[in-house]
Ligand binder design. Structure first.
Ligand SMILES: Cc1cc2nc3c(=O)[nH]c(=O)nc-3n(C[C@H](O)[C@H](O)[C@H](O)COP(=O)(O)OP(=O)(O)OC[C@H]3O[C@@H](n4cnc5c(N)ncnc54)[C@H](O)[C@@H]3O)c2cc1C
Ligand SMILES: CC(C)=CCC/C(C)=C/CC/C(C)=C/CSC[C@H](N)C(=O)O
Length: 438
């Protein structure tokens, strides 16, 4: 309804462009990888910088530029927890990757629960029904490790602590692994590129309502259609469609679409989205705010935080423009562009506490991702006979790749249901079946 790309959007700071919404992509996000390749786009690798974990009073972990020292520090503070966490996340990712084989063989799922169950069985269902804190405690991780390492990763990625569900928690941990990348020129190029290459017609406007209709063909046969009404620059208009796919979070504060005359009515899905504010600041960080008397000794380019109600930020990190591929154009830490994530818009006083000086500030508040609260129940994919909804899968985890997976599933599902291919929908034991097929 606004610009193509939705939550993938950029902000300009002093002539350079930075990601303000969805920014990093995992190396195993195969749909995003495929899109970038097919569209002839280029990849920019995420730049590493020294990270520290701040608890509101002091740094509880400080990364060193020597990897050997880091290894010793991690072992000293957290024992084997970091290594075990990598294995725990790898195991979940391995199961998650099954989706690509299923979709390559054109299999579809009629509900988000069935899709997730087909990937990870009862383990994934369990993850959706408990917090990441509970899931990791049960797996034997120490509370210190969960508070000081896991929680900061949840806060930077989802603006929420370790009460989010275990599945999105694992996705969030994957989101701080190495090898992350983004699209050179901006991730939103994938959206405009896919629309262009599919030759789809974009009608700029806001969908306000959807209503089922029965029309009669010239021969007299009745056909079921959907009347979609949208608000465009030339006023309220609309058209009828055989199949409708809704690719935006439903809810009054979100897509705000009215479903007229459905029998039974389309229910409302209680669907609060979490506000995250992105603030881009070109300035000099105030090292003394973080307890450093000597600004020269402050080397962090990424500051994560633990759960402390006194903290008014979730994270801070130095960012590079979307056009950058290497460290070439990197500004010195003293005068870099910082991305701050917070729950609320930062006040002038808060900005002055964080930065000793700054010359540019850009702010973008988002209803960013669901407010996660397990046990999680995903909304349906099939809202009505030929009316589909993608963003229910965000209740499990919100990420670019999740939207791509949901989209491909809905396209396959709509196709198979239209043609009566029931054997390609909700197949049990797909993992075993496809294993023996090889
Ligand atoms: C600050 C932030 C950081 C993030 N970081 C990452 C990250 O690093 N990695 C990652 O993978 N994910 C990240 N995400 C999540 C990711 O951006 C989203 O999960 C993903 O972009 C959602 O895509 P979507 O197409 O499903 O929804 P959206 O991007 O929300 O697209 C929905 C579209 O529908 C339009 N629309 C809504 N209502 C209507 C209507 N009634 N009529 C017409 N159009 C309508 C909207 O304007 C929008 O263009 C982040 C999100 C935010 C906000
Ligand atoms: C879906 C799978 C298996 C993996 C996706 C992992 C991933 C990239 C998660 C990140 C999700 C997210 C909402 C990140 C937000 S903040 C991103 C970044 N740290 C930033 O500073 O912009």
């Amino acid at each position: 309804k606004a610009v193509v790309g939705g939550r993938l959007n950029t902000l300009d700071v002093e002539g350079a462009t930075y990601e303000a919404g969805g920014s990093v992509i995992h190396p195993l996000n195969l749909h995003m990888k495929h899109f970038v390749k097919e569209l002839g786009l280029s990849v920019a690798s995420a730049q590493g910088s020294l990270a520290g974990v701040y608890n509101g009073e002091e740094f509880v972990f400080e990364e060193s530029s020597w990897s050997f020292i880091n290894l010793l520090k991690l072992l000293w503070h957290y024992g084997l927890n970091p290594l075990r966490m990598s294995m725990w996340v790898e195991d979940i990712l391995d199961k998650f990757m099954r989706i690509y084989r299923y979709q390559m063989h054109d299999y579809a799922f009629s509900s988000n629960e069935r899709l997730l169950h087909a990937l990870g069985g009862n383990d994934f269902t369990r993850l959706l029904n408990q917090t990441i804190d509970e899931a990791m405690q049960k797996a034997g991780f120490s509370q210190k490790f969960i508070n000081e390492v896991v929680c900061p990763a949840m806060r930077v990625n989802y603006g929420q602590g370790v009460t989010i569900n275990g599945f999105v928690g694992a996705v969030s941990l994957a989101g701080v692994q190495s090898g992350l990348w983004s699209v050179k020129g901006g991730n939103k190029l994938v959206c405009s590129g896919l629309i262009y290459s599919s030759k789809a017609e974009v009608i700029p406007g806001t969908v306000v309502s959807i209503e089922p209709k029965i029309r009669h063909r010239p021969g007299g046969d009745p056909v079921k259609l959907y009347q979609v009404t949208y608000n465009t620059s030339s006023g309220l208009t609309g058209d009828t469609y055989d199949i409708v796919i809704i690719a935006a979070p439903l809810g009054r504060r979100m897509a705000n679409i009215t479903f007229r005359n459905f029998d039974p009515p389309i229910p409302e899905f209680p669907n609060p989205y979490h506000q995250t504010v992105t603030t881009l600041v070109h300035g000099r960080l105030n090292a003394s705010f973080f307890g450093y008397r000597d600004p020269q000794a402050f080397h962090f380019g990424a500051i994560f935080t633990t759960d402390n109600p006194k903290l008014f930020i979730n994270s801070l990190g130095v960012v590079s423009p979307v056009g950058d591929t290497g460290a070439g154009g990197k500004l010195p830490l003293q005068s870099a562009v910082w991305k701050v994530f917070s729950k609320e818009v930062l006040t002038k006083e808060q900005l002055s506490l964080l930065f000793s000086s700054y010359d540019s500030v850009k702010v973008k508040p988002w209803l960013a991702y669901p407010q996660y609260r397990p046990p999680e129940k995903c909304p349906p994919i099939i809202l009505h006979e030929q009316l589909y909804y993608l963003n229910g899968l965000e209740r499990a985890a919100s990420a670019m790749e999740m939207s791509a997976i949901a989209a491909r599933n809905a396209a396959l599902l709509a196709f198979h249901r239209w043609h009566g291919h029931s054997a390609s929908i909700d197949q049990e034991d797909l993992h075993e079946k496809l294993k023996t097929e090889l």
